[in-house]
Design a protein around this ligand. Sequence first.
Ligand code: GLN
Length: 490
Amino acid sequence: MELYQKTIHQINDLLDKKEVTVAEVTQAVVNRINTVEKATDAYLSLQTDDALEAAAAVDVELSGRAQKTPLEGIPYGLKDNMCTKGILTTCASKMLYNFNPPYNAAVYERLSEDGGILLGKTNMDEFAMGSSTENSAYKKTRNPWDLNKVPGGSSGGSAVAVAADTAFYSLGSDTGGSIRQPASFCGVVGMKPTYGLVSRYGLVAFASSLDQIGPFTKDVQDCALVLNAIVGHDSKDSTSLNLKKIDYSQNLKQGVKGLKIGVAKEFFGEGLQSEVRKSLEDAMAIYKTLGAEIVDVSFLHLDYALSAYYMISSAEASSNLARYDGIRYGFRAEEYNDLIDLYKKTRSQGFGDEVKRRIMLGTYALSSGYYDAYYKKAMQVRTIIKADFDQVFGGCDVLLTPTAPTTAFGIGEKTSNPLEMYLTDIYTVPVNIAGIPGVSIPCGLDNNGMPIGMQLLGPILSEETLLKVAWAFEHESGLTNLKAPLGTEV
Ligand code: GLN
């Protein structure tokens, strides 16, 4: 196996034994980027020269030490909605085409302090609104398993960087599935932590009550390592949880004997691709052989989750995106008559269609005449969905569901039908509404060789259990660090 294909923990073993240097590891992944990035287009901007320089510095730092910290010297990618001081942060929008943040996102600050090596900023749907990364104002990212298919979204670039071995791990943000769905489409591990576990400071807001940052990795063990590094209280994020730190890799390999894994028919309804269903049934059988119990559970109100999500997320987006007025940041229209005209022209020219659609929907839902009928109603549904999850987790430890109803679809296949695009999130959005954690791991391939994702969900702060359940399947099935059939010369 090539160096760039390895997992973080494999690289750590080599670094600890001094068999490779951080400079060699970084050079290997930079060479990989030079070979395949033009085919996958995972990155919006690259900092490979800085990365190589940083790698040499970490080598010097490590030369006097026996052991390194887990992410020290490991090259990674960051979704382009996380602020990086002095490095463009565009949110894949024309509106922020020249935005150089004056401060760092908390996660970037933490990884930098840990000696992490930033390779570049990854492509995404504009302001994280979308499910295929096709809403980027700059480029279309391609799925390394089939370059004519989408990588999922909105964190498609981050998913592809890991799937194509152009980063050892990456961070994404998940408001309604934007980590888990692209992880599922690209055959990698993606986790959305409990709301509040990871600081959102410096994450450009889409829908503040739903947004959460999380990792993309090549296997479950790596996911635990990255989670360890990014979790923690931050006084700059008022929703950040102040909890005692735990080591998510500690109990990873304890097995699932006696655990109750819930299966709800509401997640196996109409529109579910038959190969996805089959693959999940196989996964249930594996869990049974490992000593877990599969139990039937059911939801009463899940049907309303998707509508409530698009109402709440658009309402919050319309408010969050009001700040892009052409005065304070980024893009400004060149010709205008007066101040109001400047606002109008800037926003008309700076935002893409999907962002405008959300702003209009959200503004409508929040307007005085319709607030009760739409926004308030959606918030009531939110409370009911939370209660539904509480009731379900009264009967099981974790829930097993498909991550998405289908495997990756073709580029351009759903762009003209927003509703069809929204439906790809049907199994992921309830999780953000309830604030609970979820992880997507690969559980097979469909007949066209495209990856299938399985989603594991648990109550608030059950990350440790989720990772244990995920690891048990990954270990037993051997579906780990999957390699997309992307040649070395593309
Ligand atoms: N696809 C969903 C949307 O478009 C989720 C996006 C996200 O999680 N950022 O809103």
